[in-house]
Design a protein around this ligand. Structure first.
Ligand SMILES: O=C(O)Cc1cc(O)ccc1O
Ligand SMILES: [Fe+2]
Length: 448
């Protein structure tokens, strides 16, 4: 039995299969048979194609979906810029210090859009190159007749507090803490709270490419995240061509808004492989050593965005540290001290993390840390002391915990909000973690 908390059926229905070419119709017969664009679509629907990749992208990475809808999405007023979107601007301060944040606040009386804060990132969405990391926190659902889409990139959403009830053009998704979802570039969605429970979590946005399952190499054809465990909505539509709807758009890291007199959630049937999906982290099949030493955390990659220029070097990896058995013999079991040419942004959904024993505030759920390109880090003094002296019996670690990492080949900078305005930076982090490491050097006496 997988280690998931979510084996009971939920209110929404899903189809499964990562990147499978799927078809779904809320009314039987709504999908044209054998063609995409008949002269007249069934039931007076309009055909609209959404391309997630260039038309000529290779087959393995080509992603598109045909939707059959009541009114085409083109029918809207012009988009007007919103100054409240300045907090999403991709302006980053690059600092080499190790950084750690206390748990982020959930501001009251804000919805998903108002509660999005860009904390760190790199690059520029206008050239489709870079990553952006957000903290979201909200206490109310998005307005009833509103929707959002993001032209800048795919967003991988990691809820930490509260479930997200997400209506999308392709159907409904319920995403709870310890699950994740991916909202692809351009797809309209609306986020609602469940039972009024406030929401908070993290987002990894990639300006380039799309998420893929990592190659498994010698691991073989199963393990880590299995394709069958990714859940995709079935078509679900509303019929509303009379009320006024607001459609918000993040475009080149700025917010815009337009209006339209029809719901964006009017897709009666769709077909393709460009869609939002969710995944339960409890289903991850974690692999580790059964002999000695600490394997690299790439072994815990759930999803990756690969760089075409440098195979094996990720634009972004989403890596998790689930409950697992540690059995390595004669081994320092936590990660060693290290400097990484990749940058590591970590968060904690619940519980604790093996390499962090203490410090003022410590590494807490809803907090974060950033260890940038070539910035030294590793176990804090307490974790080192414990791991160097523990009896090496098989031990289950991480029970009730879920830490994760956004690992990127880019040098990740921090926004002004992340460095100052959020007021969550732990100023003593570095000193408290590593300042107390003792000189244990004990050369042979003959050298003295
Ligand atoms: O705690 C970290 O820094 C993340 C991390 C975990 C691990 O198991 C090995 C290397 C690494 O950077
Ligand atoms: Fe690290």
């Amino acid at each position: 039995m997988p280690l998931t908390e979510f084996n009971t059926p939920e209110k929404y229905e899903y189809q499964t299969g990562f990147l499978a070419n799927l078809e779904t119709e809320a009314i039987k017969g709504a999908l044209p048979i054998g063609q995409n664009s008949p002269q007249k679509c069934p039931y007076g629907l309009y055909a609209e194609k959404i391309s997630g990749t260039a038309f000529t992208a290779p087959r393995w990475e080509n992603q598109q979906t045909w939707v059959y809808r009541i009114i085409p999405s083109a029918a809207h007023s012009s988009f007007e810029p919103l100054t409240s979107g300045d907090r999403l601007e991709a302006k980053f301060n690059h600092v080499p210090n190790q950084l750690r944040w206390d748990p982020f606040d959930i501001n009251t009386d804000v919805d998903w859009i108002q509660g999005l804060h860009l904390v760190a990132g790199a690059g520029d969405p206008s050239v489709k190159n870079g990553v952006a990391y957000y903290i979201y926190g909200a206490t109310k659902s998005m307005a009833e007749k509103s929707a959002m889409y993001n032209a800048d990139g795919d967003m991988l959403v990691v809820p930490q507090t509260g479930a997200l009830d997400i209506q999308t053009e392709m159907g409904h998704l319920l995403v709870r803490p310890n699950e994740i979802c991916v909202l692809p570039r351009g797809i309209r969605y609306r986020v609602q709270l469940v039972d009024d429970e406030p929401i908070r979590g993290y987002i990894l946005e990639v300006y380039n490419g799309h998420f893929q399952l990592p190659e498994l190499g010698p691991i073989g054809s199963n393990c880590l995240a299995n394709a069958r465990d990714f859940q995709i909505p079935v078509a679900a539509y509303a019929h509303d061509t009379t009320s006024e709807w607001k459609v918000y758009n993040k475009f080149c890291a700025k917010l815009f808004c337009s209006t339209q007199n029809h719901t964006p959630f009017d897709v009666v049937a769709w077909e393709g492989r460009y869609y939002p999906y969710k995944y339960d982290l409890g289903r991850f099949n974690t692999i580790g050593t059964i002999s000695y030493d600490h394997p690299d955390p790439s072994l815990n990659t759930v999803l990756t965005v690969t760089s075409n220029a440098h195979p094996g070097t990720a634009i972004a990896d989403f890596v998790i540290f689930p409950p697992r058995w540690l059995v390595a013999e004669d081994t320092f079991r936590p990660p060693s001290y290290h400097r990484n040419c990749m940058s590591e942004f970590m968060g904690l959904i619940k519980g604790s993390y093996i390499a962090k024993d203490g410090g003022k505030g410590g590494f807490q759920a809803a907090g974060a840390s950033l260890h940038n390109c070539m910035s030294s880090h590793g176990p804090d003094a307490g974790a080192f002391e414990k791991a160097s002296n523990e009896k090496l019996v098989p031990v289950k670690v991480g029970t009730g915990s879920m830490a994760f990492m956004f690992e990127s080949c880019y040098m990740v900078g921090v926004t002004n909000w992340g460095l100052r305005a959020c007021q969550k930076i732990q100023s003593e982090y570095s000193e408290e973690s590593w300042g107390g490491l003792k000189d244990l050097f004990n050369p042979p006496k003959s050298l003295n």
